[in-house]
Each structure stands twice: as structure tokens, then as C-alpha cells.
Design a protein around this ligand. Structure first.
Ligand code: A3P
Length: 302
């Protein structure tokens, strides 16, 4: 990836997708060593699709009997969601070739940005469940551009939107091409519905109650009549809301322990359609055309 300052970041293409060198080591270790259990749950996204939000939601949902979402010492109030739900290939297996996962509560919840074709074989072969969160590529792009500029700002100045956009459209972006990433999971979700759940950021924003209930059903932990009476759904959505999470001290001031990234970089504005404020008509046409061509015949639409 060439940058404005002339500084370059090398990306490597592995199994059709782009990775940083260091991160690729994590991918390889994870592929070699990770053994999925039948009741594991894996949240998969391409970066900037709303991973942080879904990590918080799935964590709260699965742990709601241990930690009631309204309790004062709920783990989400003092931990960034990335610390509660680690990325397999970016945190666990990047640090160690074969990390000890025995402390993870059952069912184990992990996240990943891996494309379907690069998932460890045990994930594909086992009955573990996969939740894929997809987002409109135009919003992913704006979120990604803003995110990388925030990370680069102090050192090198910002990348122009045109520069990053060209690469995004060519598919040269972390874990990209985005269309292959999305289509890989989309096709699996049509084939084996009880294993693969495909959800969009936009659906979740529009009808969060409905989709939280659907997620609970898919994961085999539906809300009981008592929980419905007590508005457990509303309580989970509240603690995971953008307003609540972005205002927590831990997310305003903290840093991820396994990287230099500030927690606040994961919270920008959390809206649908912010691309309208940045992309030119030509950019929109180019990206729409790519999406139409790549998704043609698949049933996936944005
Ligand atoms: P924007 O940059 O469009 O605001 P990821 O977690 O995959 O890195 O995605 C980050 C995007 O999710 C950012 O989008 C961020 O603001 C948004 N986000 C983070 N927490 C959220 C929440 N609780 N609700 C809705 N969106 C959230």
C-alpha cells in the first residue's frame, strides 16, 4: 500500500486475500493449531463492519445469566469489547503459536476477520456456529479511511480519500477484496443455515430488537418469557448502544493491551449512510458498479 509520504506498507496475498506480514503469521498459526469445539461461536467481519458492537452484543447475550446487563460491575463497563472477545488470528495466535484457551467460559466466543476459505479446518468441519456481520461497502470504506487516518495522524499526516478509495476498489485492503470476503460467508449461509448466520449492520441498526432475538434463537439461547417480561432485550441493547459505549471512560481513554490502538478509534459516529457526506457521484457510481458486478447472481445486495 503506497502512502502519501512515500512510506509503504507491504501486504501479502494469501489464499486470495491481503494481510500484513506479522498478521499473516497469526493466520498461519491459527490455521495450524486452533481446534474448534462443537459449541464454539465465531463472529466474523471484515474490518469496520461493526465488529466492536457485535462483540459487545454477543458477549452480553451469551453471558446474561452470569452478568445481568443492568448490573453496575458488568464487564463491558470496564473493558473494551475487544478485550472480552479476542480475535483468533490477531490477538491469540499472533502472540503465541498455540495459546492456552482453557480459561474461556463455555460456549467460547471468538472473533475473526478471516475469509471463509482461510478459516481453520476445524471451524469448517465442526458444528461450531458462525455469525457474519456485513456492512454496506460505502460505509465500510469511509469508516476505514477515517480509522487509518486516525492511526497515522501523529506520525505521517493523513491519506487522501482518493488514494485509499482506489486501493479499496481494487480489493487491496486488509482482508480484502471485500466482495470475496462477504460472498464467501453469504454463500455458506445459504448452504448450511443452522451453522452460518448472515446479518447486516444496517438491519441491526434498523430493527435491533428483532435481530437480537433472532441471534439468540440461532445461538440456541432464546429469551425466556420471564426475560421478555423483564425487558432483557432492551437492557442488552442499551449497554451495547453507541451512546453508552462511546461514553465509557475505558473506551474514551484506554488502549488495547495487545496493540497501540486507542479504544476510542473504534467509535466514530455509528450511523448508516455517512458515505453521502464524503463520496463524489463518480466514486459512488464506481463502487456501486463493482458491487453489482461482483455480487451478480448471488442474491447479495446493498
Ligand atoms: P463508523 O466509522 O461508521 O462510525 P469495527 O468495530 O468493525 O472496527 O467497526 C467500527 C464501526 O462501528 C464504526 O463505524 C463505529 O463507529 C461503529 N460502532 C462502534 N460501536 C458501535 C455501536 N455500539 N453501535 C453502532 N455502531 C458502532
Amino acid at each position: 500500500l503506497p502512502t502519501k509520504s512515500g512510506w509503504t506498507i507491504a501486504l501479502y496475498n494469501y489464499q486470495g486475500h491481503w494481510h500484513y506480514a506479522r498478521q499473516l503469521q497469526g493466520v498461519l498459526s491459527c490455521q495450524k493449531h486452533f481446534q474448534a469445539l462443537h459449541n464454539d461461536i465465531l463472529l466474523v467481519t471484515i474490518p469496520k463492519s461493526g465488529t466492536t458492537w457485535l462483540k459487545a452484543i454477543l458477549f452480553s447475550l451469551l453471558n446474561r445469566t452470569r452478568f445481568h446487563p443492568t448490573q453496575d460491575d458488568h464487564p463491558l463497563l470496564s473493558n473494551n469489547p475487544h478485550m472480552l472477545v479476542p480475535f483468533l488470528e490477531r490477538w491469540l495466535y499472533m502472540e503465541e503459536e498455540n495459546p492456552d484457551l482453557s480459561s474461556f467460559a463455555s460456549p467460547r466466543l471468538f472473533a475473526s476477520h478471516l475469509p471463509y476459505a482461510s478459516l481453520p479446518k476445524s471451524v469448517q468441519d465442526s458444528k461450531c456456529k458462525i455469525v457474519y456481520l456485513c456492512r454496506n461497502p460505502k460505509d465500510i470504506f469511509i469508516s476505514l479511511w477515517a480509522f487509518t487516518n486516525k492511526l497515522r495522524l501523529q506520525e505521517m499526516g493523513t491519506n487522501s480519500i482518493e488514494e485509499v478509495f482506489d486501493k479499496f476498489c481494487e480489493g487491496v485492503t486488509l482482508y480484502g477484496p471485500f466482495w470475496d470476503h462477504m460472498l464467501g460467508y453469504w454463500r455458506e449461509s445459504l448452504k448450511i443455515r443452522e451453522k452460518n448466520y448472515f446479518l447486516t449492520y444496517e438491519e441491526m441498526k434498523e430493527q435491533p430488537d428483532l435481530h437480537l432475538r433472532k441471534l439468540a434463537d440461532f445461538l440456541g439461547c432464546p429469551f425466556s418469557p420471564q426475560e421478555e417480561k423483564e425487558n432483557m432485550v432492551g437492557a442488552i441493547l442499551e449497554i451495547c448502544s453507541f451512546k453508552m459505549m462511546s461514553n465509557l471512560k475505558v473506551n474514551k481513554e484506554g488502549k488495547l493491551s495487545y496493540s497501540e490502538v486507542n479504544n476510542n478509534t473504534f467509535f466514530r459516529n455509528g450511523e448508516v449512510g455517512d458515505w453521502k457526506n464524503y463520496l463524489t457521484t463518480e466514486m459512488v457510481e464506481r463502487l456501486d458498479k463493482i458491487c453489482e458486478e461482483k455480487c451478480d447472481g448471488s442474491g447479495l445486495k446493498f
